[in-house]
Ligand binder design. Structure first.
Ligand code: ZN
Length: 404
């Protein structure tokens, strides 16, 4: 209760106005003074009490705020905004801005209408045709048929993903797809190596064999060059098998990978994307420690168990799987299930230009649709670091950049 000075003084003033002044003077001198002193004392007492109460309330409020803040910090720990991308195709990562720049650099005419250009390079989110998806590779590839075009593409893609927070990437490409204007596979590899020198992003290269029925000699050449240029870090670090998995089965490449293994070249294989779990089983039997996608493993629980037991790393790419219709429905996307089973899952973009995605979007997809937790996100990033085709020294360096 707050008592004002006026509440005590007003009645006295009224009395003083109406009574005989001399009598009032005597009365006032004897009792009035005492009354005023008491009034002042009471006034000070109540207001002091009020002040103490206010200070106590304030302190209480501060303590509550602090508790809430601590609770909040426990629920949403530090933000993770640094990423790795272990499964990224160079020709699938060409955005319209990059395409325009590559065309300008090489004096190649290119579609001037923004929307038309975008439609040539990327599929819409409701794409239902695998053909539409595959057609999107032709324009990017046509811009990477010279050493300059290829090295600049690496630089521009690296700079682009760096702007999304990627700080380590393994960019893959098939040297045999860059021969349209007479460049050899070796020249293509040298151009790509030149490209990674032009960026401050930490990039390693994966060379892709292509599935097909008339390119055995091309794959042999890729193998020869992989042996020649293989380094533990800072260049060509591994091999991959890409292309139409459902048509050209993984089992067809058993002998090729037998030799890859003998030569000690690390490798990953696209498997369990367009084809089923049998394809994953074959890739693992070749000695693959990493599988590109592996999303369809769930169709055979024994293959899921094999992946878990052998500590095989899955390079998963949800947006790409959605657009190529690797699954009937994304509602049952098995990534979270794989994580819960203890499988080493990593998250990647695959073809970010064609799919109009990036690594941040891929994590957003899991957070929004599957409540991906901080711990799960952290685990996937640690999986990527551990699975990277690089040296232990670089892995430790990558890990040291996180403050988990
Ligand atoms: Zn891929």
């Amino acid at each position: 209760m707050k008592v004002t000075m006026e509440q005590f003084i007003n009645p006295i003033t009224e009395f003083f106005k109406t009574a005989n002044k001399s009598v009032v003077y005597i009365e006032f001198s004897l009792f009035g003074t005492l009354f005023i002193v008491a009034a002042i004392f009471l006034y000070l007492f109540f207001n002091k009490k009020k002040k103490i109460e206010t200070e106590e309330d304030c302190q209480k409020e501060k303590n509550e705020e602090k508790k809430l803040e601590n609770k909040k910090n426990q629920k949403s720990p530090k933000l993770i905004n640094k990423y790795l991308d272990l499964h990224l195709h160079l020709d699938g990562a060409i955005t319209k801005e990059i395409a325009r720049e590559l065309a300008d650099i090489q004096g190649i005419p290119i579609e001037t209408d923004e929307e038309k250009l975008e439609n040539l390079l990327s599929v819409s989110s409701d794409c239902t045709s695998l053909n539409d998806f595959l057609n999107c590779f032709s324009l990017p590839l046509s811009l990477m048929q010279t050493p300059l075009g290829l090295s600049e593409a690496i630089r521009l893609v690296a700079n682009n993903i760096q702007s999304h927070g990627v700080f380590y990437a393994e960019i893959r490409f098939a040297p045999q797809l860059h021969k349209q204007k007479g460049m050899s596979q070796e020249q293509a590899i040298l151009a790509a190596l030149e490209g990674i020198k032009k960026t401050s992003l930490k990039v390693n290269l994966i060379l892709c064999f292509m599935r097909g029925d008339d390119n055995d000699a091309e794959n042999e050449e890729t193998l020869r060059l992989a042996r020649k240029y293989l380094v533990p870090d800072g260049g060509v670090v591994a091999l991959d098998l890409a292309g139409a998995e459902a048509i050209y089965k993984t089992s067809k490449y058993r002998d090729l990978f037998r030799r890859v293994k003998i030569y000690g070249i690390p490798f990953t294989i696209h498997a369990g994307e367009a084809d089923g779990p049998e394809s994953i089983k074959d890739a693992i039997s070749f000695g693959a420690k990493r599988i590109g996608h592996g999303v369809r493993a769930f169709e055979d629980p024994e293959v899921v168990e094999l992946i878990r037991e052998k500590g095989i790393v899955l390079e998963m790419c949800p947006t790409s799987n959605k657009q190529t219709h690797a699954l009937d429905s994304m509602e049952n996307y098995p990534l979270m299930d794989y994580l819960e089973k203890g499988i080493k899952v990593t998250l990647n973009t695959d073809d970010m230009g064609i799919s109009r995605t990036n690594i941040i979007e891929e994590f957003n997809f899991l957070e929004t649709n599957f409540n991906l937790s901080y711990e799960q996100k952290k685990n996937m990033i640690i999986n990527s670091i551990n699975a990277a085709f690089t040296t232990d020294e670089i892995k430790n360096l990558l890990l040291s950049q996180f403050n988990f």
